[in-house]
Design a protein around this ligand. Structure first.
Ligand code: GLU
Length: 485
């Protein structure tokens, strides 16, 4: 059997973290087994589905590096891959169910049903459909349909079926009592298929072998099993993953920070890190390893190591992981990844970076050690691209401190005579405290503030080298002017 799995997002919003994890697990499962990863867009909610959302979902999947074998833009033998284009398959499926007595029309109006439901609820009884139309005689049914009476189509849940039991690959044996299930609707009055019917027909006609999804769908599963059986179709294997919760024990939502994959891209997270982090959200490689690449995930992925308990979203761990990936990057890759962030800040264009690649390559290691996300880069390198403004409090505290001006003057003097490389700069500046009697810490802080505008900058000597002699000296002169006039 060739494994076939699908990710079936509804394009009613962008790809969020939970959806992305579902996609990753399906993708990794397919790749691990050499099967097919299918992308189907469940766009039947016409009011809330948009092309823009679909485009954003495809973008996010690609950003994460999840390639699909069949689906939008990829094509495939089991298309179409948009649910709204698959309606043609629902009618024959319904016919099949009618023919074997597993579907019947129901003429009960919404009002009648509501009245009955209320009465039944008041008595504490079964609130599902009471099967009024299940045993209408065939001639009555034919006549009412011929007369154009509005009706839905319901599934006839078998009386002798017994409880539904699935062997869930994550949750193990899971039992659903059959008497809790009513004859639910397959096709609405307007001819449209309900979610449980459409999904099963799609999954069946697309030859899905495994359905891997969030356990928010668990309540749909027994209904879907009933539909598979009514169709005479083989029931796929299910795997339901637990939901993702915030540290407060509530389901992950905007309240816990960014929830869309794109927002993480915008904040300067790396796709490798997000993929790694999400893969571990409910799955473990060996209970120890936290950092692994895509190939390892594919090689090791196994649904039996997906946890039944809820996964807890930990933004700090994600940041830590992102920082680890950043530090492991090659200098070249860091420069390439940093470039768009420099462009966005208006500091340098891709052409500037290409023209002075060596300079940017020297800058990279100073920054990569100090950021966990790329959106922190601009701030850290700003002093190299624009004249710093020294805050009043910093000026008072650092530059107006006793001896600071003296140290600056001495520093400017020695720097004027050296080759502008970090080691020479360091050797020259190390003479300043002794020559001036200013404490090393105070002297270096004054130089740092003069050159970079802040007390926290990348390492001083390397920073000055990158800034260059001319600009360093000009900034020192400007700082001196600030404190002596
Ligand atoms: N379109 C459904 C959703 O986004 C898919 C459900 C399923 O996986 O069966 O929730």
């Amino acid at each position: 059997m060739t494994v076939r799995v699908r990710f079936a997002p509804s394009p009613t919003g962008h790809l969020h973290i939970g959806g992305a994890r579902t996609a990753i697990y399906n993708w990794a499962f397919a790749r691990h087994h050499g099967g097919a990863f299918v992308l189907r867009i469940d766009d039947t909610d016409l009011e809330r589905s948009t092309d823009e959302n679909t485009a954003a979902i495809l973008r996010s999947l690609r950003w994460l590096g999840l390639d699909w074998d069949e689906g939008p833009e990829a094509g495939g033998d089991f298309g179409p891959y948009y649910q709204t284009q698959r309606t043609g398959t629902y009618e024959p499926a319904l016919e099949r169910m009618k023919a074997n007595g597993h579907a019947y029309p129901c003429f009960c109006t919404a009002e009648t049903l509501e009245t009955k439901r209320e009465a039944s609820r008041a008595e504490g009884g079964f609130s599902g459909y009471d099967r009024t139309c299940r045993n209408l005689d065939p001639s009555t049914v034919a006549a009412r349909i011929a007369a154009g009476e509005p009706h839905v189509w319901r599934v006839a849940v078998p009386d002798d079926r017994g409880d539904i039991v699935i062997d869930d690959l994550v949750r193990g044996e899971t039992r659903f009592p059959i008497d809790a299930m009513d004859d639910f609707i397959l096709v609405r009055t307007d001819g449209s298929a309900t979610y449980n019917f459409a999904t099963v027909v799609d999954d069946w006609t697309m030859a899905m072998t495994h359905i891997i999804r969030g356990d928010d769908h668990l309540s749909n599963t027994p209904r879907q099993v009933v539909v598979y059986e009514a169709l005479g179709a083989e029931v796929p294997t299910f795997a339901h993953m637990s939901m993702i919760f915030g540290a407060d024990g509530k389901r992950l939502s905007k309240r816990h920070g960014a929830t869309s994959v794109e927002a993480y891209a915008e904040e300067g997270f790396l796709p490798e890190a997000v993929l790694n982090y999400l893969a571990l959200l409910g799955w473990s490689l060996d209970g120890e390893t936290t950092l692994f690449d895509r190939e390892t995930l594919v090689r090791e992925f196994d649904l039996s190591r997906v946890s039944k308990s809820p996964a807890v979203w930990d933004p700090e761990k994600l940041e830590w992981m992102n920082g680890s990936y950043i530090r492991e990057m090659s200098t070249d890759k860091f420069v390439d990844t940093m470039t768009p962030w420099l462009e966005r800040a208006g500091f340098a264009t891709a052409a500037d970076v290409a023209a002075r690649r060596d300079w940017f390559l020297s800058l990279a290691p100073l920054i990569s050690e100090r950021v966990k996300r790329f959106d922190e880069v601009a701030d850290k390198v700003a002093f190299l691209f624009e004249e710093p403004t020294i805050e009043d409090s910093v000026r008072v505290k650092i530059l107006e401190k006793d001896g600071a001006a003296r140290a600056l003057e001495a520093a400017a003097e020695v720097l004027a005579t050296v080759e502008f490389h970090a080691e020479e700069i360091e050797a020259a500046l190390r003479t300043v405290p002794e020559a001036t009697g200013v404490k090393p810490k105070d002297a270096f802080q004054a130089i740092r503030v003069a050159a970079t505008g802040t007390t926290v900058s990348p390492p001083l000597f390397e920073s000055l080298e990158l800034l260059g002699k001319e600009r360093t000296l000009a900034r020192m002169a400007a700082a001196l002017e600030l404190v002596t006039t």
